[in-house]
Design a protein around this ligand. Structure first.
Ligand code: XUL
Ligand code: CO
Length: 438
């Protein structure tokens, strides 16, 4: 039965050689890769804010997105209809998870009570659709950046009343995330930063942000929510500087304020690029701290330099991401959320399918390439070999903290000038290329 996307059949795996469109060439949901089905390794999610709510406007032009199911109103009825359209999309596109902000799914009311009633009504529809289809909430979050009250920040606002409003909103968003069985809850501090230091008490704002997150941790325990908490780093946009600027800054903040045990990171490719880091760098920083939780899978347009949220079509990038994910033993509660929008010119409903198919096939190919690279083993062997000199008594005593500078002096005098081997970067790049294909 086709209600919202007539003429589009469920997308099926047809194999790499298939001709035609609206099919998966690489995503084969039950195919085992490293012992787990692809759908478990990849845990794809669609982002409600882009798929259902992004009109595809830009600073110079109005929205172009064609959404025949949407009457354009801010009514709760329309919001509930959108949910039904969304779940038909998830079903037809074979996407198991989704993510939302409170204000994506339900309209803000005139006061907190009305906003909460609106949200409850839409959550009832979300819950019904989840149980009808078996789809799951990967994570929920609160939108603390659109409403004008948050112009000076939310948890870092100079105004205590705004701080309280942000708390009320997060409390409710956590309630409904818990109610819907969400695997996680994201804190992206879109306005938790500054536009000018002339009017900003940075230390006080950071202290407040930490208090806010501690309150959220306490509330999580109070309601018994067992999903993961994630911070999503981003360096700027909309603010000039966002405090959670990259993975290292987030980890430092969490450690300083005694929050590290309670949070993981949700790393987004485009945000890594804006921070001047590679996605792989950000993933390794998070992973090394045991804090790699989830991924917002998209791509930027590096020569533009802002958050273009493109659907990920880069096989090399997807392979690098999946090397990190397989390297940490796979996702637990996290997954690959397509925090991505179609280009303004790709405005038809069918483009939602083309866009997600692109992302899903790209990451499926990346998963298989990463598994093949790991099975081949030559890159990992090379890395192990590169550090092999540490497998000795001195190495063990340095790594365990026992050795002193006197020991190093003695060893250096005895061993003479070190033998320095090549890092073979270009050879390793060629090995990567052997395994990457669409
Ligand atoms: C903004 C962004 C957000 C977060 C959730 O750049 O990535 O959509 O993912 O608030
Ligand atoms: Co994101």
């Amino acid at each position: 039965m086709s209600e919202f996307f007539p003429g589009i059949d469920p997308i099926r795996h047809a194999g790499p050689e298939a001709s035609g469109e609206l099919l998966f060439r690489r995503y084969d949901r039950d195919k085992l890769v490293e012992g787990r089905p692809m759908h478990e390794q990849l845990r794809f999610a669609s982002a409600y804010w882009h798929t259902m709510r992004n009109p595809l406007a830009d600073p110079f032009g109005v929205g172009t997105a064609c959404m025949p199911w949407d009457d354009g109103s801010d009514s709760v009825e329309n919001a509930r209809t959108r949910v039904r359209a969304f779940f038909e999309f998830l079903e037809k596109c074979s996407i198991d998870h989704y993510c939302f902000h409170d204000r994506d799914v339900a309209p803000e009311g005139d006061d907190i009570a009305e906003s909460e009633r609106n949200l409850d009504s839409v959550v009832e529809e979300l819950a019904a659709q989840q149980s009808r289809t078996g789809k799951k909430l990967l994570w929920g979050t609160a939108c603390l950046f659109v409403h004008p009250r948050y112009m000076h920040g939310a948890a870092t606002s100079c105004l205590i009343d705004v701080f309280a409003h942000a708390g009320a909103q997060v409390r409710k968003a956590m309630d409904v995330t818990h109610q819907l069985g969400g695997g996680g809850y994201v804190f992206w501090g879109g306005r938790e930063g500054y536009t000018s230091l002339l009017n900003t008490d940075m230390k006080r704002e950071l202290d407040h942000l930490a208090r806010f997150l501690h309150m959220a941790v306490d509330y999580k325990h109070k309601i018994g929510f067992s999903g993961d908490f994630y911070i999503e780093p981003k360096p700027k946009e909309p603010t000039t500087h966002q405090y959670d600027s990259d993975a290292a800054a987030c980890l430092n903040f969490l450690r300083e304020y005694d929050l590290l045990d309670h949070f993981k990171l949700n790393i987004e490719t485009n945000h890594a690029e804006l921070a001047g880091k590679s996605m792989r760098h950000e993933l390794q920083v998070a992973s090394a701290a045991g804090a790699l939780g989830s991924i917002d899978a998209n791509m930027g347009t590096p020569h533009l330099g802002w958050d273009t949220d493109c659907f990920p079509g880069n096989l090399y990038l997807a392979t690098e991401v999946m090397l990190e994910i397989l390297g940490m033993g796979g996702f637990t509660n996290g997954g690959l959320n397509f925090d991505a929008k179609r280009r303004r010119e790709s405005f038809e409903p069918v483009d939602l399918f083309h866009a997600h198919i692109l992302g899903m096939d790209t990451f499926s190919a990346g998963l298989e390439a990463a598994a093949a690279i790991r099975a081949d083993g030559s890159i990992n062997d090379f890395i192990a070999d590169r550090y092999a000199s540490w497998e000795c008594e001195l190495g063990r005593s340095i790594e365990s903290g026992a050795a002193s500078l006197d020991d190093l002096h003695r060893h250096a005098c005895e061993s003479g000038e070190p033998n320095i081997p090549s890092a073979r970067q270009e050879r390793l790049e060629a090995i990567m290329n052997r395994f990457i294909n669409g």
